[in-house]
Write a protein that binds this ligand. Structure first.
Ligand code: FES
Length: 288
């Protein structure tokens, strides 16, 4: 299977990609920290979807058109498509770097290789464009450069796709969790009652919830953050919003809606009521 060899080749770059990834991470975090709303925008919190994967379709499409136009002798179409492709690659890089600040471990190392491969493709494309701009009598060299760049771009795109499909980077942590319309008992785990304040981690069937109590008003969200699985029971609660301790995503306790990124997905929220039997509490997931 070709994918296995690509993964091995990417992971074999750890000697340089790990320290480079740490360096990238430091300066990108310092860059984005003071402009969090901008970073949220680039992540896709407003869209409910990562912006990076939407934008990356544009350069791949434009640069495919450019190659075809080169091969069938349409230089104007090829050059205009190339310019569009380069601009879209820059936009993709900016959104990708915003996502990059919230990944670590294997995902960061592979994302570093992805970004280096993509940067190499971008440089090759820019050189091709510069040569084209000089109106050379023979377009063989810039076309050859674009072809090589397209191959590099394809490898980079495959590595980027594997970040999602192989190791689940930026996949909604609740993608496979059923909506569930049935009320299930809330397991107090030996506690006499749901404690005031919170968040308190309590189980409901196979799910762990972060439960917050204010008098008789009880609110609950799933204990695992939708962004990357952070422990919301260790988060802080302010003004009806719970903040994840890992990357600072915020979710409304009333409905689980994301209020601040980097999360792009809503958090499962749960209703809690007195059990119909009169003994204890029961819960069910709220509709999205
Ligand atoms: S795990 Fe990233 S914000 Fe919660």
């Amino acid at each position: 299977m070709i994918g296995r060899y690509v993964t091995r080749a990417v992971d074999a770059q750890g000697r340089w990609s790990k320290p480079l990834g740490e360096f990238y991470h430091r300066w990108l975090s310092a860059l984005f920290r003071p402009i969090r709303p901008v970073k949220d925008f680039l992540n896709g919190t407003w869209l409910g979807h990562p912006v990076h994967v939407v934008i990356t379709d544009v350069p791949i499409g434009a640069l495919t058109v450019s190659i075809i136009a080169d091969l069938i002798g349409q230089p104007l179409v090829a050059d205009v498509s190339l310019v569009i492709g380069i601009l879209a690659m820059v936009a993709s890089a900016v959104t990708g770097f915003a996502d990059y600040t919230d990944v670590d471990g294997t995902a960061r190392t592979r994302a570093t290789v992805h970004s280096v491969v993509m940067t190499t493709a971008l440089v090759l494309y820019v050189v091709s464009l510069v040569i084209r701009n000089g109106n050379p009598p023979d377009r063989l060299v810039p076309i050859a450069l674009s072809l090589v760049a397209y191959l590099v771009l394809s490898v980079g795109a495959a590595i980027g796709g594997d970040l999602v499909y192989l190791i689940g980077t930026h996949v909604n942590r609740h993608a496979w969790r059923g909506a569930g319309v049935k009320w299930v008992p809330l397991d107090l785990g030996g506690l006499p009652d749901i404690p005031q304040g919170g968040p308190t981690k309590l189980k409901a069937g196979i799910n762990e919830l972060a439960v917050i109590r204010d008098g008789d008003r009880i609110l609950a969200v799933h204990a695992q953050c939708a962004h990357a699985g952070g422990p919301l029971v260790e988060g802080s609660v302010v003004d009806g919003v719970i903040e994840c301790p890992w990357h600072g995503s915020r979710f409304a306790l009333a409905d689980g809606h994301v209020r601040r990124g980097p999360a792009m997905y809503d958090q499962p929220a749960y209703e809690v009521r007195r059990a119909e039997s009169g003994d204890g509490w029961e819960t069910r997931r709220r509709p999205a």
